[in-house]
Design a protein around this ligand. Structure first.
Ligand code: MTE
Length: 317
């Protein structure tokens, strides 16, 4: 059995070498976070690698559990789907430059015993940040391998204590039309919303990501906190979350409202069920020339297939 994912707890020996410290501190300052806390140091260990410094020699290679090599920081941060800014993937990075993710609060409520509102700095302190190297498969048939930093959504949900009536989790992106010009488009029901069944949300693979490649989350990738559900098409992995609500109703999602027959609620990666307008049998890994076969559940079947026992997956695009 392969490991479900490559998880690298951030060790103190990996804390940024002295010569890189200044650039990290500048980065944290630029992102509006308080410098100097242990949690921040732990989740931003290796800015040097991405700013032209010397890579640390004892760093494990950035490969996932299948041996796929991670995409570069440049690829991951310059080819983005983030409709709040633009529908042009190559334009998102520059349009998101001035988005300010600080201060930021995340409200967690609904059917829970212990509703709470967390500042982003609280979340970084409360939950140990892990590195998880996951494949991301977009419904548009391209993919990347991304080394995320973050913590399991389950840890946060346990803290607010869902009631026994809660069956689903609803997520909502920030609504700031002044900063996010794409939210002026009348074609989409803003704010962006997504949802999971509660057992999907509690699965250990489901991550709340706060950074990538050891840096605080770049704005174009969903700063300061976004969901990552690696066995589902990328649109489930909602960015820049301000609200999480436990509910007994299946949540409306932006994409299933716009085109229910094209972007269903489950959206599990499935090479055997084509999108109505294109095949899902193969994908283009960004940075590669030839296509590769798409894997059922994006290769995470051992961890998640049991969630769907008895369901006809061909009916659940
Ligand atoms: N979240 C919000 N709020 N808005 C979006 O447009 N796009 C989704 C998802 N989350 C999107 C979003 C899609 S289609 C994909 S493939 C991933 O984000 C892309 O994440 P990335 O840009 O970090 O690779």
């Amino acid at each position: 059995m392969t490991h479900p994912y490559k998880s690298v707890p951030v060790r103190s020996s990996e804390i940024t070498p002295k010569e890189a410290y200044l650039s990290r501190r500048d980065f944290i300052k630029a992102a509006g976070f308080i410098a100097g806390s242990a949690a921040l140091a732990a989740c931003a260990p290796e800015v040097a690698e991405n700013t032209g410094g010397t890579p640390a020699v004892d760093r494990p290679a950035f490969t996932d559990e299948l041996g796929d090599v991670a995409n570069t920081f440049e690829e991951i941060t310059n080819y983005n789907n983030y409709y709040e800014f633009s529908t042009n993937k190559e334009a998102v990075a520059s349009l998101a430059k001035n988005f300010n993710p600080s201060p930021w609060t995340l409200e967690v409520g609904g059917m829970v015993n212990n509703p709470q509102t967390f500042g982003i700095e609280d979340l970084l302190k409360l939950f140990p940040q892990e590195e998880r190297i996951y494949r991301l498969r977009c419904v548009e048939a391209w993919s990347m391998v991304i080394p995320w930093n973050g913590f399991p959504l389950a840890s946060l949900l346990k803290m607010v204590e869902p009631t026994s009536a809660a069956e689903y989790v609803r997520f909502e992106t920030v609504y700031r039309p002044e900063e996010m010009k794409g939210q002026g488009s009348p074609f989409y029901p803003w704010p962006y919303q997504e949802g999971l069944r509660i057992d999907e949300a509690m699965n250990d693979l489901t991550l709340l990501a706060t950074g990538l490649y050891g840096e605080m989350m770049p704005t174009q990738n969903g700063a300061p906190i976004r969901l990552v559900v690696p066995w589902k098409y990328g649109f489930k992995s909602i960015k820049s979350i301000v609200k999480i609500e436990l509910t007994d109703q299946r949540p409306q999602t932006l994409w299933s409202t716009v085109a229910p027959n094209e972007y269903g609620f489950y959206a599990n990666v499935n090479p055997n069920v084509d999108h109505p307008r294109w095949s899902q049998a193969s994908e283009r890994r960004i940075g590669e020339l030839s296509r590769r076969e798409t894997l059922m559940f994006n290769g995470y079947g051992e961890q998640v297939a049991a969630l769907y026992d008895g369901m006809d997956l061909s009916l659940h695009y």
